[in-house]
Design a protein around this ligand. Structure first.
Ligand code: MG
Ligand code: MG
Ligand code: MG
Length: 307
């Protein structure tokens, strides 16, 4: 068979990077030798911590997807979050845990989606189903992604399956879930070497809803105020991004990983959507969102409902 590219979404997070590696390994174990994991952009600090910790090399960056290339997508399906040229690719497989949006194919495909907290939870089940062993390194990558996506099993996206699988994987990896998890999440809150322009793109996703372009970026922190010290610079970077990318509403979620709350900076000509969605006024371009940590479950759906 021809070459197969495996990749997660743009502005990759730990789930997108590790799931690409983990699916590549599974495919190889099942005899599909031509698969290769790629990334769509630089790895963030949390992911770098994970790869260093388990001594795994990061995937190469996908520079150019040729027409009719064979691809497998993990941790996303929406074309707005995928590689340039995805419209003309041959999508063989999707393993994902997001809503299906802005996605279509010309040919039949293998599509596995579950409403769980992390792609790795689904991949774990696939390993078990195929009787393929998970070695400690891979288990380490997988449990890290679950910790990342569920904020250490505290996000409302976290299911019983995620908890069970995370505990099992932590055992195989030989790590203490709580201790390792906090250390890993903290590594991702070190934003010191990023410019404001970089920071708003580390973990940033776009969704289109009823013709409205919604961009939501998220950064984790141990102190919201620490991040908000640079509010003015962040707003300048966001406004520039809005202009260049034709965005109607841009929310930067600053998520407190200790208290599980977020505060967002909200800009654009459709700030009213956020005000309606969360039933409160944006004040000084900011809105406090108690108990909100999940963009996927607590932010995108309510914004989309109000477009
Ligand atoms: Mg992701
Ligand atoms: Mg994910
Ligand atoms: Mg995420």
């Amino acid at each position: 068979m021809e070459k197969v590219y495996i990749f997660g979404h743009k502005n990759p997070d730990t789930d997108s990077i590790t799931s690409s590696i983990v699916l590549e390994n599974l495919e190889r174990k099942l005899g599909n030798e031509n698969v290769k994991a790629y990334k769509l952009g630089n790895v963030n600090k949390e992911t770098k911590f994970v790869l260093d910790y388990f001594n795994v090399q990061e995937p190469e960056t996908l520079e150019n997807l040729e027409e009719n290339a064979n691809v497998m997508l993990v941790d996303h399906n929406s074309f707005t979050q995928s590689s340039d040229g995805i419209e003309n690719a041959n999508i063989l497989k999707v393993i994902d845990h997001h809503c299906i949006s802005g996605f279509e194919t010309k040919l039949p495909l293998y599509y596995l989606a579950e409403p769980v907290g992390c792609t790795e939870t689904i991949l774990y089940k696939l390993y078990r189903l195929n009787n393929v062993e998970i070695d400690p390194k891979l288990a380490g990558l997988m449990v890290s992604a679950i910790i990342s996506d569920t904020l250490l099993l505290k996000s409302p996206t976290c299911t019983e399956d995620d908890v069970k699988v995370a505990k099992e994987l932590a055992k195989i990896a030989g790590i203490d879930l709580e201790g390792y998890g906090m250390e890993m999440l903290k590594a991702g809150t070190d934003l010191s070497d990023f410019t404001a322009e970089e920071l708003i793109e580390i973990d940033s996703k776009k969704i289109e809803s009823n013709g409205v372009n919604i961009q939501v970026a998220q950064v984790n922190t141990a102190s919201i105020e620490e991040v908000m010290k640079d509010q003015e610079e962040l707003e300048n970077a966001m406004n520039k991004f809005i202009e260049e990318n034709n965005i109607d509403i841009f929310m930067l979620l600053v998520t407190d990983i200790i208290n599980s709350d977020s505060e967002a900076i909200v800009l654009g000509n459709r700030v009213d959507i956020a005000e309606k969605a969360f039933d409160r006024k944006v004040n000084n371009n900011r809105i406090f969102l108690e108990g909100v940590v999940s963009r996927k479950k607590q932010v995108f759906p309510v914004l989309m409902e109000n477009t």
